[in-house]
Design a protein around this ligand. Structure first.
Ligand SMILES: Cc1cc2nc3c(=O)[nH]c(=O)nc-3n(C[C@H](O)[C@H](O)[C@H](O)COP(=O)(O)O)c2cc1C
Length: 216
């Protein structure tokens, strides 16, 4: 099916966490992933350092072992007070959304090893205690990760931001050959064709609840 050209604002407002609608049976061409990563390299980095690295995993055995680490962490997360299902709210609509997120997250955890490609973005360095160091480190790779996901969306791919495997970052580093003392993994992004690309803007808490103009 031909993907309709989306406007910039459509891409920015409809790039959802795709989990249930990932096509697990259709391979994603390496060239398409490279194209999205090339776009991601236009993101900003502190001092223009470009200390980022991107590990793309398509080997089924490595995917399976990465997914195992993710699932171990997911099992702990799922019952924790901070999980999507346990976010406290009096708002029925918000509660329903949270349950949908939880069910979608369950699905991804079950099927992660079947997703054709997994992206593990990394940044050279390890964050210290100071906000400046942390913001500079993570801020020098996370914009690129989001750019990648937007570029993927524009090309009919589905992705989802995930972080849970990082509970076992050292095990993942050993598995992937990432030099853990010098390089920080920041996410794990499943990549597949989206089975359907008609995504919509999501309900969010209103801007005025979070906007502070001139002072908090
Ligand atoms: C920092 C961060 C960590 C996340 N970690 C996970 C994760 O480990 N697993 C998962 O399924 N989703 C994860 N998500 C995805 C969020 O659940 C998702 O972005 C949120 O529910 C909004 O989704 P929507 O844009 O489709 O409404 C993470 C998102 C962010 C920004």
């Amino acid at each position: 099916m031909l993907q309709r050209v989306l406007s910039v604002d459509e891409v920015l407002t409809t790039t959802r966490a795709v989990r249930k609608r990932l096509d697990l049976n259709r391979p994603v061409p390496a060239q398409l992933i490279r194209e999205c990563l090339d776009i991601a390299l236009q993101a900003p980095t502190g001092s223009n350092r470009q200390g980022w690295h991107f590990v793309v995993v398509t080997d089924p055995d490595v995917r399976a072992r990465l997914a195992q680490l993710y699932r171990r962490s997911f099992a702990l997360y799922r019952d924790s007070p901070g999980s999507a299902a346990n976010v406290a709210t009096d708002d029925a609509e918000r509660a329903a959304t949270q349950q949908r997120v939880a069910s979608s997250a369950d699905h991804l955890a079950e099927h992660l090893h079947e997703v054709p490609a997994l992206l593990v973005p990394c940044i050279t360095g390890r964050a210290g205690d100071h906000a400046l160091a942390q913001a500079s480190l993570y801020g020098s790779v996370l914009p690129a990760v989001w750019s990648f996901m937007l570029a993927a969306r524009a090309r009919g791919l589905g992705t989802a931001w995930t972080t849970l495997h990082l509970r076992y970052e050292q095990d993942a580093a050993a598995l992937l050959g990432v030099p853990y003392p010098d390089v920080t993994q920041v996410a794990l992004v499943p990549i597949a064709y989206a089975q359907d690309t008609a995504f919509k803007p999501a309900p969010r808490a209103p801007l005025d609840d979070v906007l502070h103009w001139d002072r908090w």
